[in-house]
Ligand binder design. Structure first.
Ligand SMILES: NC(=O)c1ccc[n+]([C@@H]2O[C@H](COP(=O)([O-])OP(=O)(O)OC[C@H]3O[C@@H](n4cnc5c(N)ncnc54)[C@H](OP(=O)(O)O)[C@@H]3O)[C@@H](O)[C@H]2O)c1
Length: 321
């Protein structure tokens, strides 16, 4: 299906992944309705499209009536809403499980033709992590109402606004050591945010993708330790990488979750999540099946945005050798 002139509602379109999808949709000529909790915080999206091409409306996916309003008249609905930790009413069950299902139900009732949902590798109803369980419940809820929906499950997503490399680079700027949870052996396959967005628009344009689940990973698998080493190299810093058993880190994580002043750097649930590798399954459909043959690598890309963590916020100078 061509996306030109289609009305696409994007829940969570102001987030890290959502903003790249909004931009790609606008480039394809779609009319984009971004549905977020605080519309004023999404105004930066408007210049990504022509005059009037991108509209921002208020919606909270925990409030079904606001979801009903946001999907009215839409041809396609995309869900990019997710949370990394629970706080107040923003619980995994309410946002990632029930919220995702509410979007699918409202979309079906409104006669929306297609839905695309961003889940995550590791979505598993039996997981020890509440995040992973809620992702699986969200997928199941969507399939109940919109069996033709397309589900994208990325590994860690990287790019200028990411929450992985930026977080550890920031931590390395103030801490003498970085923790290697359970030795740092967990495998990850970081995927570039632009590739995730490209995968989304290609999947929506391809009728064969309907009802399919795609796992999205970048060109290389790394251990958690290797990713921290790449981060330190990008910011020109040397730090001790300290293996810490997850069980020992959990009490500290508990206290970080209790304090209300800042987002917890790590939670007990994330420690649980790190027990399982986060890589594309051997039999999964992926970027290649969507015609993305050369995904963007971590090396050389993270330097372009982590350079601000170098001593003195040094300028990025590409090295050609
Ligand atoms: N980033 C990654 O490495 C990664 C990896 C795998 C999977 N994913 C998945 O990809 C999706 C997007 O992640 P992201 O990194 O872009 O997250 P993000 O930057 O935190 O963006 C999340 C978006 O959801 C919105 N949101 C949160 N709660 C909401 C609610 N109750 N109602 C409506 N909107 C709400 C946020 O807006 P406000 O909070 O401002 O309202 C924001 O626009 C998520 O499902 C995530 O689980 C991400």
């Amino acid at each position: 299906m061509s996306l030109r002139n289609k009305l696409v509602t994007v829940f969570g379109g102001s987030g890290f992944v959502g903003r790249y999808i909004v931009q790609k949709l606008a480039q394809q000529g779609a009319r984009v309705r971004v549905a977020i909790r605080r519309p004023d915080e999404g105004l930066f999206l408007k210049p990504m499209g022509g005059v009037g091409q991108i509209d921002i409306v208020q919606a909270n996916i925990r409030m079904p009536m606001s979801v009903q309003q946001a999907v009215k008249g839409a041809d396609i609905v995309i869900n990019c809403v997710g949370i990394l930790y629970q706080s107040g009413a923003q619980k995994f069950a309410a946002v990632q499980a029930r919220g995702a299902e509410v979007i699918a139900l409202c979309a079906k009732e409104a006669g929306v033709q297609q839905m695309l949902h961003i889940s995550a590798i590791g979505a598993d109803a039996e997981s020890g992590s509440a995040y992973a369980r809620s992702k699986a419940q969200g997928e199941a809820g969507i399939r109940r109402h919109m069996p033709q929906a397309i589900i994208l499950r990325p590994s860690i997503v990287f790019g200028p606004e990411d929450d992985f490399f930026n977080r550890f680079a920031a931590l390395a700027s103030i801490a003498p050591a970085l923790p290697l949870v359970d030795g740092g052996h967990t495998k990850m396959q970081p995927v570039y945010v632009g590739d995730v967005a490209e995968a989304a628009v290609r999947a929506l344009s391809n009728s064969a993708a309907a009802g399919q689940t795609f796992e999205l990973g970048g060109p290389k698998v790394y251990s958690f330790r290797e990713l921290l080493e790449l981060t330190l190299a990008a910011i020109h810093k040397k730090r001790l990488l300290l293996p810490v058993p997850g069980a020992l880190l959990k009490p500290a994580a508990f206290f970080m979750e209790l304090q209300p002043l800042f987002a917890p750097p790590i939670t007990r649930d994330q420690i649980e999540l790190l027990k399982a590798d986060n890589v594309v399954a051997a039999n999964a459909k992926g970027l290649k099946d969507l015609g993305i043959d050369l995904p963007v690598p971590v090396e050389g890309t993270i330097d372009t945005y982590l350079f601000r963590f170098r001593r003195g916020g040094g300028k990025f100078e590409p090295r050609f050798s």
